[in-house]
Design a protein around this ligand. Structure first.
Ligand SMILES: Nc1ncnc2c1ncn2[C@@H]1O[C@H](COP(=O)(O)OP(=O)(O)OP(=O)(O)O)[C@@H](O)[C@H]1O
Ligand SMILES: [Mg+2]
Length: 266
């Protein structure tokens, strides 16, 4: 398989998401709980959008609906014009907590999706080599998950999601459990992957700095029922090195978002 085509098969300009009028009501026994109400959001191809918001405001619910893991009661979601009706290989997911198969090696975990799809062993090897390289896990290919650190496991989870060639990466607090230093390394690694693979990323975090560092746009949600409060474009240099964290625009945006979230939680 040629590198030029791209193992992932994603062309630039793919992976746009339109979320229209999404509402979700959970029924628990006799009571109804409206978790999301009338969410409208457009995410462009190859855009990196982060959702911030207080606990319980429906961030994960929205992401699971985009993933097709959960159904909405109202509204529709399209990815490149195709209506989401369930999970699909066009959307890769990386969640908090390590969902690797413990009985498979790092390489086998990465090759799992392509193997299911019937990709030949040679092409599977090309795919795992590519993502082992991108996530800097080449020397850990034959290790089992339990022999890895938290950051490494999360890199395998990202590599495994990318190995399916998704147009969209859906990430729900993927670095929430990592120590501060590993988290910063993972953020840089993710930006590298995003730039190379031209995927669209919809990312959830509680960490305002993480949201600003990674994103092109930040969407703040509020509860009762879950709705979009405000959007912030991130007008920082495209080159996100750690210096960007000292940029006046970074600090200003952090203050604005922190004030908004504080107000929401009061
Ligand atoms: N399966 C379910 N049945 C009933 N209620 C649910 C279910 N899943 C989520 N909820 C409720 O929907 C609301 C939104 O939950 P969700 O997990 O989407 O929040 P969140 O914004 O991701 O929170 P956190 O930041 O804590 O992860 C919560 O009040 C939660 O209790
Ligand atoms: Mg959540």
């Amino acid at each position: 398989m040629s590198e030029a085509i791209g193992v992932a098969g994603v062309e630039a300009g793919q992976g746009s998401i339109t979320i229209r009028g999404i509402g979700k009501t959970y029924r628990t026994g006799k009571t109804n709980f409206r978790a999301l109400g009338n969410i409208d959001l457009d995410i462009g191809a190859n855009e990196f959008v982060t959702i911030l918001g207080p606990s319980g405001c429906g961030k994960s619910t929205l992401l699971r609906i985009v993933a097709g893991l959960e159904e909405s009661n109202e509204g529709v979601i399209n990815v490149d014009g195709d209506t989401v009706v369930g999970p699909g290989a066009d959307r890769g997911m990386v969640f908090q907590g390590y969902t690797l198969f413990p009985w498979l090696t790092v390489r086998q975990n990465i090759e799992y999706g392509p193997k299911l799809k019937g990709v030949s062993i040679l092409d599977r090897r090309a795919i795992s080599n590519r993502y082992l390289r991108i996530t800097r896990l080449e020397s850990f290919a034959s290790r089992f998950p339990k022999q890895l650190s938290g950051g490494m496991k999360q890199r395998v989870a990202i590599a495994r999601a990318l190995a399916n060639g998704p147009k969209v990466l859906l990430m729900d607090e993927p670095f929430g459990a990592l120590d501060a230093q590993t988290k910063l390394e993972m953020q840089e690694a993710l930006l590298e992957v995003w730039e190379r693979e031209k995927t669209t990323v919809l990312f959830i975090t509680h960490d305002i700095d993480e949201a600003i560092f990674l994103s092109q746009r930040i969407v703040v949600m509020g509860a009762g029922p879950g709705h979009i409060v405000r959007e912030f474009p991130v007008t920082l240099p495209a080159e996100r090195t750690s210096d960007v964290r000292e940029h006046p625009d970074f600090l200003k945006l952090r203050r604005e978002i922190a004030a908004l979230l504080k107000h929401k939680e009061e």
